[in-house]
Design a protein around this ligand. Structure first.
Ligand code: URA
Length: 268
């Protein structure tokens, strides 16, 4: 990265840029690195792109009863039961049309989620902010730029074996905290996303993701550094990127969490 780009990032509060230390590329190069490399070598030899890894066949799975129990959902609740049987197109349509909690009245549009629907990594945040609400994509504001930076530091990129979504699909007005009723109404959407993706690892970012998935009020600090399980899927707790922007010293802890996540997924 050029000194100029580093200065830009510094201005945005996103510096220092995170760089992977130690042995290079345990996970293999990301597409961005490949593009960079191919750009560098354009004048010498044609770029050789690595073939993508074999894809898992798409799966439509029935709801898992345990999954429902863990999130304190009641399958007798017709709405939740219906959502937990949906395929991707049905779920996207249902989220876009949802008026269950009232937030849809004040937001611009729903923000479903973005990325690889068969990703190994599922990142869960809290709720869309102003920029996400305007663009219909999660984590595209300043916190999102930090998240992209953090992902790049461990050789990952948005959309490449990574899926990103939020607990809430609608922006709470003025970015206030989600209300318990709103979380309860939106949780079936999140659980169905999780069930359809079947990731190898969930990264729960911030207390609302943790509360929705682990059903605990415990602090992020006390839950970090351990491999939790959400219905058998390994889950790692870390700070929310927006929190990190306000608490720069904790970036080092989030870096530890990401390294821990990378080691854990490599060991699976
Ligand atoms: N914060 C979140 O939790 N999610 C977003 O999409 C953006 C900011």
């Amino acid at each position: 990265m050029s000194a100029r780009s580093e200065r830009y990032l510094e201005e945005m509060g996103l510096a220092p840029v995170w760089k992977l230390r130690g042995p290079k590329r345990a996970l293999g190069p990301g597409i961005r690195d490949q593009e960079k490399k191919s750009g560098e070598s354009r004048s010498r030899a044609p770029a050789v792109l690595k073939p993508p890894p074999p894809r898992r066949p798409p799966q439509i799975l029935p709801p898992v009863p345990g999954l429902v129990a863990a999130a304190k959902l009641d399958l007798a609740d017709d709405r939740a039961a219906r959502i937990l049987r949906m395929d991707w197109p049905e779920l996207k349509t249902a989220v876009a049309a949802c008026e269950a909690c009232g937030l849809r009245k004040t937001c611009t549009q729903t923000v479903f989620g973005v990325g690889d629907e068969q990703a190994d990594w599922l990142l869960v945040g809290e709720a869309p902010g102003a920029e996400e609400d305007a663009r219909g994509e999660p984590f595209v504001g300043q916190a999102g730029r930090l998240l992209d930076n953090m992902l790049a530091a461990i050789g990952l990129a948005r959309g490449e074996n990574v899926y990103i979504c939020n607990v809430l699909k609608c922006r709470p007005p003025g970015n206030r905290n989600p209300e318990p009723f709103e979380v309860a109404q939106c949780t079936p959407h999140l659980l169905r996303q999780l069930e359809l993706i079947r990731p190898k690892l969930i990264l729960a970012m911030g207390r609302f993701a943790v509360q929705a998935l682990l059903n605990t009020e415990a602090s992020i600090a006390s839950l970090r550094g351990r491999l939790h399980r959400y219905q058998g899927v390994p889950l790692i707790v870390t700070y929310h990127p927006a929190y990190l922007l306000r608490n720069l010293p904790d970036k080092a802890k989030a870096w530890e969490d990401l390294c821990f996540a990378r080691r854990s997924i490599a060991a699976l």
